[in-house]
Design a protein. Structure first.
Lengths: 628, 317
């Protein structure tokens, strides 16, 4: 498209500030690739973007089944977008059946525009035709604005195999609908298919153009979403949270990731397996999670702080070795990409259910650092921070993310790494033999660490209770001292943290406390409530162990404090539940115990990210009950 | 001093290690425990090979035998029950220059650590793996181990072990990429020394099953073998280890066995009527995992940063 055409198109297009788009299909139809590309194109054009994958429950679900819904949601706007938002404004569907599960999830509203492939109307199987017709009646009754379009047929003019090419055709349509620059889209396609032949790129370019023209000729609407302001001169990258984790490992200068495959953590290691060698690193796929963390601990013991990445069931298996790392004061970074639990739970879906297991999971007292990334950008930077904390405080650091961050994509400022980010070269200078291997500073519990290879530094690290000489000691005093010193390190770290910043006014009726990936949705909900005149603020914690300081003081300026989380809590209105026996959500338990404030909570385990609209409603109800 | 130049003085200060340099705390095993003899052999060997104590790392699990690192003057990692091998592999992964030793028991290696045993043999990282097999759980006071013979009475099976024992030799020899398998009894110090030496010199995982006396909980097991040395079959070969004449006097039965012959090794291991001692199998050319896992250790910070920036650029919009 010529530049003049872009301008012309933009002139006719309706100006909007944000939209939520979905592409839904059977799995294997390339909806996610089309959506990610559309997201990247939009980000390059300066929009705020958040993409989240719609993942079917099964690996290869039958075609045209509600459970098989696969695809992607792209939320784009003129401001930074921090979450997936509420109901979609526009959805492209390759068949009608997959829409049922999205409808059941409340993904659409009256007025959502549906662009659906009309090929099923002429399907040779009468039952399919009937299903399609029934569904469209239903969708229209639900208020969807339906456009039936011969998508596959139009693709057939370009490729004999429209099943494979349809996604790029749809990308072309979306580019027209949202006034995207086709040159940027062409470049993206060339990058995606760079390992394929020129022929493949050419066909996909043709499909892109055909989709664009098709939308122009067949649809009577077009939108324009202006770019965010203030981005000029800044460099951005677009990644999902797991790629960010992988980049973080490299930016931290760690040389080893030791893992065992588990959803949704694995893709971080997939990414590293592709590129880690470029920075001299290695991904070890161990025989199980126990071996994975043991291998990482071995490397850390030998002076090369390593990282292990897992999800809930893997975290459970790593417990005993994690305690060894605490006991032996071995630095280690353990990234936990949370999914629904308990047990095998919801492997592909989000939950924040591993907080207490991370902090308290080991038998005995095992103090360690637990931090949680709230954004995709933090997934990267927090690895760098975790490696440093691990070495400074001679401790394992657990970094929590979740399935929402893992698969969500977002543009964020390109990090500009420097030498200080990387692990220092291992110290092989002589060790003063008069200094014990745990030369604890009684004020901080901190001590320098001998590394194999240091002349005079030899000691035997043990998981048994030990003295500062690392000699096995079963006496009362030694055990008390060891526990004191390991715990003291947490206090020393807490002493370096600043009280968290309140989002909104520092006083009011209701304070919402969150952690992890819910940041964007909570703040958006708070914005909506504040716009209605409510005195609501929020607070988002990154350090969970030790907790950030000053919480009790902050809480005292609000009439009510509540957490909003994606994990289980009893609903007070449920049968048998009383204020006395109620089981709280995980952060709420922690805050109640630590601050003695009567912290309330609202949490759900729907296997889905929290949406701002949902939280907004919860806030309004809580505010109402405060009035009552 | 004495008009020596710098080069000369370097030679004067060259380090020589004595057995004392490898000794740690006083060994606390029971009197008559076979573990003492193994420790002595390891001390002596390290002295003879002059391995610097600071680049030697002794890794273990939990059990009587896993106390060994505490009695060494080297770096040590007394880990968790069953987990010595993955810890040791991790140490070796990015520090291939370290001399890694693993001491583990029959419960530690063949029961709770089974998965790691199988996979560590397959990784074949360069380390010396000593399995102290006393046929019983010693530290926890006499429970059945996977190698306890059928009918052996323990606190968990007072009526006698109810399953036939696992054969660690056939299992190990059946694992892909196995490179060194030996068996020895703790009560033949010269043979013990030579076998451990061969395992240590081997480039790869040197697996040594040490049939070990536990006079406290399993005296009968070793006694029956000590009283009937004809059950022991000494393996000798020109390509194998040197055999002291005293060893030949101790074990009258011997055969020629070529340690490069895997099928013959498997046959020997399978034969329940004999207890082969010596090197069953040796393949010096099996690939070692640290050749892969340590790639890039030499990268400078500058090179790492360049790689990182290139990676970031691929996502730059
Ligand atoms: C996870 C775990 N389970 C159980 C134990 C208890 N435990 C310690 S040593 C041991 C068995 C030791 O037997 P073996 O490995 O044969 O060593 P030995 O004492 O005979 O040398 C057991 C069961 C433990 N320490 N950790
Ligand atoms: S219990 Fe047995 S194996 Fe353990 S130290 Fe005593 S004799 Fe040795
Ligand atoms: Mg034993």
């Amino acid at each position: 498209m010529e530049a003049s055409q872009v301008v012309e198109a933009a002139l006719q297009a309706e100006l909007i500030h944000e939209h939520i788009v979905e592409i839904v299909s059977d799995s294997g139809e390339g909806a996610q690739k089309a959506g990610q590309t559309f997201g990247s194109v939009s980000a390059r054009m300066g929009n705020g973007v958040w993409t989240v994958e719609i993942i079917p429950a099964e690996i290869k679900p039958p075609a045209r089944s509600p459970a098989g819904a696969s695809g992607i949601r792209i939320r784009l706007g003129s401001k930074q977008v921090t979450n997936m938002g509420d109901q979609a404004d526009l959805v492209v569907a390759f068949n009608e059946q997959v829409l049922y599960s999205r409808i059941a999830n409340g993904a659409y509203k009256a007025g959502t525009v549906l662009l659906i492939d009309s090929k099923w109307r002429e399907d040779p199987v009468a039952e399919v035709q009937a299903q399609y017709n029934r569904a469209l009646v239903e969708f229209r009754e639900n208020g969807l604005i339906v456009h039936e379009l011969p998508l596959e047929q139009a693709c057939r003019e370009i490729t004999p195999n429209p099943l494979v090419g349809k996604n790029m055709f749809v990308l072309g349509m979306l580019c027209r609908i949202y006034s995207r620059d086709l040159d940027i889209a062409r470049n993206e396609i060339a990058t995606i298919f760079k390992r394929k032949s020129d022929k493949v790129i050419e066909i996909n370019h043709l499909l892109l153009q055909a989709g664009y023209d098709f939308a122009r000729d067949n649809l009577n609407f077009q939108f324009q979403i202006p770019p965010q302001s203030g981005l000029e001169g800044k460099r951005f990258i677009v990644t999902n949270g797991n790629t960010a984790l992988g980049l973080g490992v490299m930016a931290a200068g760690m040389e080893l990731v030791s893992m065992y495959p588990i959803t949704p953590a694995t893709s971080a290691s997939h990414y590293l397996a592709d590129v880690f060698h470029e920075v001299g690193g290695f991904v070890h796929q161990a025989e199980d999670e126990i071996a994975a963390i043991a291998f990482a601990i071995g490397s850390s013991f030998a002076g090369k702080t390593a990282c292990t990445i897992t999800s809930g069931p893997g975290l459970a298996l790593k417990t005993e070795l994690l305690a060894l790392a605490v006991m032996g004061e071995i630095p280690l970074v353990l990234a936990v990409v949370q999914r629904g639990g308990p047990s095998t739970g919801l492997p592909t879906k989000v939950e924040q259910g591993d907080l207490l297991a991370s902090i308290f999971g080991e038998p005995g007292d095992a103090p360690k650092v637990v931090v949680a990334a709230a954004t995709i950008e933090e997934c990267l930077h927090f690895v760098v921070m975790s490696r440093r904390l691990a070495e400074t405080f001679r401790t394992p650091v657990l970094l929590l993310t979740d399935a929402n961050l893992a698969t969500g994509q977002q543009p964020y400022p390109r990090p500009e790494p420097s030498h200080e980010w990387l692990a220092p070269h291992i110290d092989q200078t002589d060790w003063d033999p008069n200094v014990p291997p745990y030369d604890w500073d009684p004020e901080t519990g901190l001590s320098p660490r001998p590394i194999p290879g240091m002349v005079g530094g030899h000691y035997v690290l043990t998981g048994l209770a030990h003295t500062n000489e690392s000699k096995v000691a079963y006496d009362s005093k030694s055990n008390q001292l060891g526990c004191d010193m390991r715990s003291r390190k947490m206090a020393a770290l807490a002493g370096t943290l600043k009280p968290p910043k309140v989002y909104g006014d520092p006083e009011g009726d209701l304070l919402v406390v969150g952690w992890g990936s819910t940041l964007g949705a909570i703040e958006e909900a708070v914005d909506r409530a504040r716009a209605q005149g409510h005195k609501v603020s929020s607070l988002h914690l990154r350090f969970l162990s030790p907790l950030e300081p000053g919480l009790k003081e902050i809480f005292s300026h609000f009439r009510r404090v509540m957490t909003v989380e994606i994990n289980y809590s009893d609903d007070l209105t449920a049968p048998l539940i009383t204020p006395e026996n109620r089981r709280f959500s995980q952060l709420a338990w922690l805050l109640r115990a630590q601050t003695l404030v009567d912290v309330d909570c609202w949490s759900v385990v729907l296997g889905a990210p929290l949406q701002p609209g949902m939280i907004h409603q919860v806030l309004l109800r809580r505010l109402e009950s405060l009035e009552g | 001093m004495f008009g020596m130049n710098a080069d000369w003085s370097l030679e004067v200060f060259e380090r020589y290690f004595t057995i004392g340099d490898y000794a740690g705390g006083e060994a606390r095993w029971c009197p008559g425990c076979g573990d003492h003899g193994v420790l002595t052999a390891v001390h002596k060997l390290l002295r003879d090979e002059q391995v610097p104590p600071e680049t030697t790392v002794c890794v273990s699990g939990i059990g009587c035998s896993s106390r060994l690192p505490h009695y060494m003057g080297t770096f040590g990692l007394h880990g968790l029950h069953g987990r010595a091998l993955p810890l040791a592999c991790g140490i070796k992964s990015r520090r291939p220059e370290l001399d890694v030793w693993v001491s583990t028991g029959d419960g530690d290696c063949f029961s709770i650590g089974t998965a790691h045993w199988i996979h560590a043999i397959r990784y074949n990282m360069d380390m010396t793996l000593l399995v102290f097999d006393n046929g019983v759980y010693g530290l926890t006071k006499k429970q059945t181990s996977p190698t306890s013979p059928l009918g052996f009475k323990t606190n968990t099976h007072p009526g006698g072990a109810i399953l036939p024992p696992l054969n660690p030799l056939t299992v190990t020899l059946g694992i892909t990429n196995v490179s060194f398998v030996a068996q020895v009894v703790d009560w033949s110090p010269p043979l013990l020394y030579e076998v451990i030496k061969a395992a240590h010199r081997h480039k790869g995982t040197g697996f040594v099953r040490i049939i070990q006396r536990c006079p406290v909980y399993a005296e009968a097991l070793s006694k029956s073998l000590q009283n009937d040395p004809d059950r022991i079959l000494l393996l000798q070969h020109e390509k194998g280890i040197p055999i002291d004449p005293s060893v030949k006097r101790q074990f009258a039965n011997f055969i020629d066995h070529d340690p490069s012959d895997l099928s013959a090794a498997r046959e020997l291991a399978q034969d329940q009527s004999r207890v082969p001692v010596g090197v069953l199998y040796h393949n010096p050319d099996a690939p070692r995992y640290e050749m892969l896992s340590s790639k890039g250790v030499e990268f400078t910070a500058k090179k790492r940063l360049a790689g990182l920036n290139a990676a970031l650029d691929r996502f730059t919009i």
